[in-house]
Unconditional design. Sequence first.
Length: 166
Amino acid sequence: MKFEAYFGEQLFPVEVKEDGERVFLQVESVVYESQAVELAPGRYSIVHDRKVYDVVVEASNDGQFQVQWRDRRISLELLDPRKLKSMRHRHAESDGEVAVCSPMPGKIVRLLVSEEEHVERGQGLIVVEAMKMQNELKAPREGILKSIKVAEGKTVNAGEELMVIG
């Protein structure tokens, strides 16, 4: 998977490849090889250069991630360049309809709501699994769920529209 990622204010090209427990992360021209095992949802044991790291990853529905290991905490924003403009535009709308988009490529694990249901801001809507991590996407605002455009088990792309709230 290829992305662009913000680390603070700086944008970097990033590519992630998985081969079982082995993970290859290329940032610009540097490749990092590690082993990663998911211990619990959002919690990983990562072995890199013979050192073991306990890493906690918190994801939001807008491509924002908080990554914590030892006493360090960084913010990360993954962007799919093909969908960036439409994602930001749709999430920024406060009136009318708002689309809930997948922040990353993954598989739909569970739908938590149904069409025509009233949802509150921050309510869980859908669970997307990506890179062995399950992410619950939450409603960006209160409204009526107008449409669900995916089904459980479906594979989705980063930026793909999953639901519409009106």
